[in-house]
Design a protein around this ligand. Structure first.
Ligand code: URA
Length: 227
C-alpha cells in the first residue's frame, strides 16, 4: 500500500464550516494534523500552541520535544504515525501586563490555554475526517481533552493511562448540522491513552509513570503486529 506523508486532505467545506462554528471563540491560526497516510497509529493531542501556528506543524514547541522523546522510546518517528488534536486552532488568553506607566498604551500578553468543550465540538468534523483518511488501528489520545473527545468524559487520563481499551469512538452524528452532537461510530479501535507531553513539563513526578506507559504501549504495538 502506498503511504504518503502530509496532512489528510480534509475537504475545504468541512474546514470552512468548522472555522465558521468557532467564530467568536478566542482561537487563532489553523493547521491540520500531519503524518503518514494511512497510518496504523494516530496520536491525538489537545490543540496547537503559538509555536505550532507559526511553524505550521503540530507539536513543534516544548511539548513537541517531549513527544519526540515519546516516539524515540517507542522506536517510532513522525514518518510512521499521524499526529492530530481535538482542536486545530490555537486557543489563547489575553492578559494586560501590569506595570505600564500611567497613560501608556496597555501591553497585552497572549498565552495558550486549554480548549473548551464547545471549541472541541466546533472542530469535531475535522478530526472525524482525519481519522477517516488515516484509518488508524490504534489511537493514542494524549491528555484529557483528546481522551474525552474520543470516548466521552466519564473517565480521566489518570485512571485510563497506560493500557489499551478496545471500542468505538465518538464522531459527529451529522457534520452538516450545526447543532449536531456526538454519537459512537461502529468501528472498534484500540485506544491507548497517555499523559499529554506537556504534563511532564509541569509535573516532573510523572516521568516514571510515563516511562512505564511508553514501555506498555511499545509491547502492545509489538504484540498487535505479531497477531
Ligand atoms: N499540544 C497539542 O496538543 N498539540 C500541538 O500541536 C502542540 C501542543
Amino acid at each position: 500500500m502506498k503511504v504518503e506523508f502530509g496532512s489528510a486532505p480534509v475537504a475545504e467545506e468541512v474546514i470552512k464550516e468548522c472555522l465558521h462554528r468557532s467564530e467568536g471563540y478566542d482561537l487563532e491560526g489553523f493547521l491540520l494534523g500531519q503524518g503518514a497516510i494511512p497510518a496504523r497509529i494516530m496520536f491525538v493531542g489537545e490543540a496547537p500552541g503559538a509555536t505550532e501556528i507559526v511553524e505550521g506543524r503540530p507539536f513543534t514547541g516544548q511539548a513537541g520535544k517531549v513527544l519526540e522523546e515519546y516516539l524515540e522510546k517507542l522506536g517510532l518517528t513522525r514518518q510512521d504515525i499521524y499526529i492530530s488534536s481535538a482542536v486545530r486552532s490555537r486557543p489563547f488568553k489575553d492578559k494586560v501586563v501590569a506595570g505600564a506607566a500611567v497613560g501608556a498604551i496597555p501591553r497585552i500578553s497572549r498565552s495558550n490555554r486549554t480548549p473548551t468543550k464547545n471549541e472541541v465540538l466546533a472542530h469535531a468534523a475535522i478530526l472525524d475526517a482525519e481519522i477517516e483518511y488515516v484509518q488508524p488501528e490504534v489511537i493514542v489520545p494524549m491528555g484529557n481533552i483528546g481522551l474525552h473527545r474520543l470516548i466521552g468524559s466519564h473517565e480521566t487520563i489518570s485512571s485510563l493511562h497506560g493500557r489499551a481499551i478496545e471500542g468505538p469512538i465518538q464522531r459527529l452524528e451529522d457534520p452538516e448540522d450545526p447543532q449536531s452532537r456526538y454519537i459512537f461510530g461502529e468501528r472498534s479501535y484500540s485506544i491507548f491513552p497517555l499523559y499529554h507531553p506537556a504534563a511532564v513539563i509541569y509535573n516532573r513526578s510523572l516521568q516514571e509513570v510515563i516511562e512505564r506507559d511508553l514501555q506498555a504501549l511499545k509491547h502492545f504495538l509489538a504484540a498487535k503486529n505479531n497477531s
